[in-house]
Design a protein around this ligand. Structure first.
Ligand code: NBP
Length: 478
């Protein structure tokens, strides 16, 4: 046995990950259900490093040094269970199975428990960065036992992206499903970021009256400041691209229905279960959903709205600067919500996640990589108990400074009929957190009226109920 690690499932992600291991000097056993893919990988890339192709599961396992480390990169869901079942039968206590697919964290918790009973370590590793990341350095979010990370960590860290300060974008997130949970929230935040960028584009296009090329330039400028990020960078590239067939801006020939694979939806479903408001992510998921409902949109097309005359050129530049502020403030809110969710799950499942370390490993490799994440890392380094990013002095000052611009942009959008669910929800959340009194008092009173759900008072301890159907006197219930 010569291989330090094995990869099974050699579609695009698995092949690239295996090549990444090999390029970093590790001997990699490679296996795929359909052997032709293994042969193709060796044929095309065998010269890049030390590969041990295995035709059968038995050959694959025999090629691995102990404790054996097997990365599964197959389609998430039933295929993952099938492959785990196949290999678990061939492994020994102390061996490690790593699922690098996009599994739901609840599945990872189940699989970890089942394998733990057999003495096999199961690591649910979120891997972000798409196929390029898998080859050149992804952000890796492994969850599992401490012991498994001791044997696996150095291997994963060697192939992970490196942040600007040289640290690998991989850390032990926590036990069982912690890694896949954090990867899910990463994707949720990615949805929110993309939605906010799309809204900024829409405002620049229809309120500032900019053409896509001009918007690309604006995004390029923003990318030199605090919004510096991979997503802003690729947005500029997309907007600058011209469709070869028609000569029109590429963005104008793409059908305006956004699809989704489901991790954004999982994030929102899970947030609802945890009772954590992630309105930025939810609005992003719903916005994609609305875009895909051609029937609803068709039926509503003739509904009246305000005139959408673009601003005069002199005012457009000023408005664009306001949009940058609104985008930044909304982004801070959606990250604050995402981190709340990670923090809540960490408490719920006893994961003890280092919130700053999550920001640190997203600085490189992943889709939401950005200079901004170093600020989040620093905020949690300064105060590991920070209840919300909005309470960090630096973020609070910036968002506070942006709030006039933010309100003005949302007001303009509403006035001109440009939908900005992300910007608006983020601002509403900001104002709700700030509010000294929320109308929730009335909501709770209504609940007491129709359902005797009781209420607490501002002036006394205890729970109370008003006899709404009777003489409206108040009784103390607890
Ligand atoms: P796919 O998700 O398309 O899966 C294809 C692989 O699964 C092939 O190797 C296939 O083997 C294998 N497979 C299937 Br399907 N059913 C199987 C079974 N019952 N037993 C054994 N093998 C089976 O590949 P991918 O796009 O490379 O993604 C791999 C994982 O990485 C997924 O979980 C995905 O969600 C995740 N991920 C993908 C990206 C991305 O950008 N694509 C990014 C991050 C994470 P075969 O060759 O014999 O059909």
């Amino acid at each position: 046995a010569t291989a330090q690690i094995g990869v099974t499932g050699l579609a695009v992600m698995g092949s690239n990950l295996a090549r990444n291991f090999a390029r970093h000097g590790h001997t990699v056993a490679v296996h795929n259900r359909t052997y032709a893919k293994t042969e193709a990988l060796i044929g095309e890339h065998g010269h890049e490093g030390n590969f041990v192709p295995a035709e059968t599961a038995e050959e694959f396992v025999a090629a691995l040094q102990k404790p054996r480390r097997i990365v599964i990169m197959v389609k998430a869901g039933d295929p993952t269970d099938a492959v785990i079942g196949e290999f678990a039968a061939l492994l020994e206590p102390g061996d490690v199975i790593i699922d690098g697919g996009n599994a739901h964290f609840a599945d990872t918790r189940r699989r970890e428990k089942e394998l733990r009973e057999k003495g096999i370590h199961f690591v649910g590793a979120g891997i972000s960065g798409g196929e390029e990341g898998a080859l050149h350095g992804p952000s890796i979010m492994p969850g599992g036992s401490e012991e498994s990370y001791n044997s696996l960590g150095p291997l994963l860290e060697s192939i992970a992206a490196k942040a600007k300060d040289g640290t690998p974008c991989c850390t032990h997130i926590g036990p069982d499903g912690a890694g896949h949970f954090v990867k899910m929230v990463h994707n949720g935040i990615e949805y929110a970021d993309m939605q906010l960028i799309a809204e900024a584009y829409d405002l620049l296009r229809h309120v500032a009256g900019y053409e896509p090329q001009r918007i690309a330039e604006t995004f390029r400028t923003w990318n030199t400041g605090r919004l510096d990020s991979y997503l802003i960078e690729i947005t500029a590239e997309v907007l600058a691209h011209t469709d070869a067939a028609t000569g029109r801006p590429f963005v104008d020939v793409v059908a305006d229905g956004a699809e989704q694979k489901g991790t954004g939806r999982w994030t929102v479903q899970t947030a609802l279960d945890l009772g954590i408001p992630v309105s930025g992510i939810a609005e992003a998921v719903f916005a994609r959903s609305v875009s895909g409902h051609a029937d609803l949109r068709g039926a509503a097309r003739e509904l009246p709205g305000p005139a959408r005359e673009p601003l005069a050129p002199a005012a457009a530049g000023e408005f664009a600067a306001l949009v940058e502020e609104a985008l930044y403030a909304s982004k801070v809110v959606s990250y604050a919500q995402g981190w709340n969710m990670i923090s809540a799950a960490s408490a719920e499942y006893g994961w003890d996640i280092d919130l700053g370390a999550v920001a640190a490993i997203w600085r490189g490799g992943c889709i939401i990589r950005a200079a901004f994440l170093d600020r989040i890392r620093a905020a949690f380094a300064a105060d590991p108990q920070l209840p919300t990013l909005l309470a960090d002095k630096g973020f609070a000052a910036e968002v506070g400074k942006a709030q006039d611009a933010w309100r003005s942009v949302v007001a303009t959008a509403v006035g001109r009929g440009v939908p900005t669910p992300g910007f608006s929800a983020a601002l509403a959340y900001y104002d709700a957190l700030r509010a000294e009194r929320l109308p929730a008092a009335l909501t709770q009173a209504q609940r007491d009226f129709f359902g005797a759900h009781t209420y607490r008072r501002t002036d006394r301890e205890g729970s109370f109920h008003t006899l709404w159907g009777g003489d409206r006197s108040e009784e103390q219930t607890g």
